[in-house]
Write a protein that binds this ligand. Structure first.
Ligand code: NI
Length: 167
């Protein structure tokens, strides 16, 4: 029984919502160029384990990403991603990241919807832009084109993260 449950929670198709925060909340990712590099690095490490980046927002001091984890655990992917970005940005000296991260398993489509809305509303709620599509470092425009949002959605009704007591 325990084996069965473990396998179920460690499947390549498992979807996770992940939050990573910079060390001491430094604004390391305060330019579009750097945010693009961070996303590309995450995408690279996700693809390496045959996973998929489903949604994202790269904020100046943290990121939220939804992934299908693929053939290796999401924690392995995060270790590789942190190591790779530390090396690229700091040349092995120090770290860009807080040691811990937050993960939530996305259980169904309704759950996914909540995480998508939370991700895409992030830059608006942080006061960085007025509309989600004005922030370049999120997957909002992709999901808008897929017909998952109506034009003019602002996300200003998204006040709380979709989990309790979360970051
Ligand atoms: Ni956030």
């Amino acid at each position: 029984m325990s084996q069965y449950i473990r396998a179920q929670f460690d499947h390549p198709d498992d979807i996770y919502f992940l939050t990573l925060v910079t060390k001491d909340r430094h604004l390391y990712f305060d330019s579009p160029e750097v945010r693009k590099m961070i996303l590309e690095a995450f995408d690279h490490h996700t693809r390496k384990q045959s996973g998929e980046v489903i949604a994202w927002v790269i904020m100046p001091d943290h990121l939220h990403i939804v992934i299908r984890q693929g053939t290796n655990r999401f924690s392995h992917l995060i270790r590789q991603f942190k190591r790779g970005t530390n090396l690229a940005f700091l040349g092995k000296q120090g770290t860009l990241w807080q040691p811990r991260f937050w993960e939530h398993r996305v259980r169904d489509e309704q759950d996914l919807r909540k995480y998508l809305d939370y991700i895409h509303a992030n830059p608006v709620l942080a006061g960085l832009v007025e509309l989600p599509e004005d922030y370049e470092a999120s997957s909002y425009r992709i999901w808008l084109e897929r017909g998952e949002y109506s034009m003019g959605w602002q996300g200003t009704d998204i006040k709380e993260p979709p989990w309790k007591g979360g970051e």
